[in-house]
Structures are given as structure tokens and as C-alpha cells.
Design a protein around this ligand. Structure first.
Ligand SMILES: O=C[C@H](O)COP(=O)(O)O
Length: 251
């Protein structure tokens, strides 16, 4: 049986003071052995703080981006091995904000995915369609293309060592959550597509949903057979909300 995972993506939010309050609340409420499966993805400058507060708890942490290069003259970039130095287990790759705002295409996402795994990190591979793509009826084609780019570089074996996050772009930060049925349909498509390559990988792959998940809608989303938790943006910044979402994933 797949374990549900909930990851908070803080995006470009936080301060040392705010983070301290939030992280300490998470450790108090979620940091016990029985509540594993909760992850915090913080901005780079705060990873040392996250490591300091979460070490010794069952909470894991990660980053929101990574270089496709291992090291070298790449001003402003952060390598996967640097993330490991700060105790990261995970990194988000291919988030739609990076695809749309920073020109990350399928090939660069695939390269970052491979670099993360080569260093020992677990990527959250984000896939998802825009509203225009959904309305044009090409949702599955878009997500299939995004998955194929990673499969071409890392293979089904690589996907088997990752987490996939389905995030419809039209549901991110908009308050418009995909209905449980809409989300389930895409999750089932992803699992069926990968099952053609490897049934075992497809059956054990954790596929998260992301897009306006809140405490109020998390349980219904997570009850769908192919939804294995969530990638949470805004609600991950509010301790009570994130704690309730993590608890919803624990059933
Ligand atoms: O990575 C998280 C997603 O972009 C969802 O963000 P949101 O929960 O604020 O809609």
C-alpha cells in the first residue's frame, strides 16, 4: 500500500521569525513517529534553519529548485549536493511557476530531475495543464509530454524513485480546486500511462495533487484511489491548516 505524502511548498515566503513559529508548531503537532509523511520545502536561505528545527523529528525537508549541473561557474545556481549538505531529502522540479516564469522547458526539467537523483535527492516532479490546455481537451497530451521528457532521460526506473505531483495550473493559488473527480481522472491517467512501462512502479508511485488544497477539502481529495497526498502552497504557511492537511493524509 502506498504511503501518503504531504509537502508544503513555501514558495518565496517566510522570514527567520515567521519560520520559527511555524516550524516549532509543526514539530509539536506532527513531529512524532506516528505522523511521518510530512515535508517542508523552504527557500534556499532558510534551509539551515529548517534543518536545525526539524532535525530529530519525523518531518523531512527539501528545496524548491536545483541546478542541473553538479558544480561549476553557474552564478546564482544551487547544486543538489549543496541541498544534501543542509539535510534535504527532496526537491521540487518542474513547478509550473518555474516553467511559466523562468523559462524551464521539459528538457531542463528532465535534466534537473536527473541531477537531483544522481546526488541522492527525491524529486517531486510537477506536471499539469493550463486552463487553455484543459479547455482545448489536451490535458492528457500535455501531461504525457511532460512525463515523456523525464522518462527519456531517467527511464521508468527514475520515475520509480520520485514523487509525481499533478498540479493543474488553473488551480494553483486561485482558490479553484480541481474537483476530486477531475483530479482522480488525471491521476489515474498518469498511473495507467506508467503501468504500460512497469506495473510495479506505477502501482507504488506516490502521485500528489496540488492546487488550492486546504484543510476543508483535503480529506475528500485524499480519499480518491489514486491521490496519495498533496503538494500544498498557501495553506502550508498557516500552521493549523498544514497540520490539519497532514492529518487528513494520515486518515
Ligand atoms: O506547489 C504548490 C502548488 O503550487 C499549490 O499552491 P496553492 O496550494 O497555493 O494553490
Amino acid at each position: 500500500m502506498r504511503k501518503k505524502l504531504v509537502a508544503g511548498n513555501w514558495k518565496m515566503h517566510g522570514s527567520l521569525a515567521e519560520n520559527k513559529v511555524l516550524l516549532e508548531a509543526l514539530v509539536l503537532e506532527l513531529g512524532q513517529a506516528s505522523t511521518a509523511g510530512c515535508i517542508v520545502c523552504a527557500p534556499f536561505p532558510y534551509l539551515a534553519q529548517v534543518q536545525s528545527v526539524l532535525s530529530g523529528s519525523t518531518l523531512a525537508w527539501g528545496a524548491q529548485n536545483v541546478s542541473n549541473h553538479a558544480k561549476g561557474a553557474y552564478t546564482g545556481e544551487v547544486s543538489a549536493s549543496m541541498l544534501l549538505d543542509f539535510g534535504c531529502s527532496y526537491v521540487i522540479v518542474g513547478h509550473s511557476e518555474r516553467r511559466a516564469l523562468y523559462g524551464e522547458d521539459d528538457a531542463s526539467v528532465a535534466a534537473k530531475f536527473a541531477a537531483a537523483q544522481a546526488a541522492g535527492l527525491i524529486p517531486f516532479l510537477c506536471v499539469g495543464e493550463t486552463l487553455e490546455e484543459r479547455e482545448a481537451g489536451v490535458t492528457e497530451a500535455v501531461i504525457g509530454r511532460q512525463l515523456d521528457a523525464v522518462l527519456a532521460v531517467s527511464g521508468i526506473e527514475g520515475i520509480g524513485r520520485a514523487v509525481v505531483a499533478y498540479e493543474p495550473v488553473w488551480a494553483i493559488g486561485t482558490g479553484k480546486t480541481a474537483s476530486p473527480q477531475q483530479a482522480q481522472a488525471v491521476h489515474a491517467f498518469i498511473r495507467a500511462k506508467l503501468a504500460v512501462l512497469d506495473k510495479n512502479v506505477a502501482a507504488s508511485l506516490v502521485i500528489q495533487y496540488g492546487g488550492s488544497v486546504k484543510a476543508a477539502n483535503a480529506a475528500e481529495l485524499f480519499a480518491q484511489p489514486d491521490i496519495d497526498g498533496g503538494l500544498i502552497g498557501g495553506a502550508s504557511l498557516v500552521a493549523d491548516e498544514f497540520i490539519a492537511i497532514c492529518r487528513a493524509a494520515q486518515g
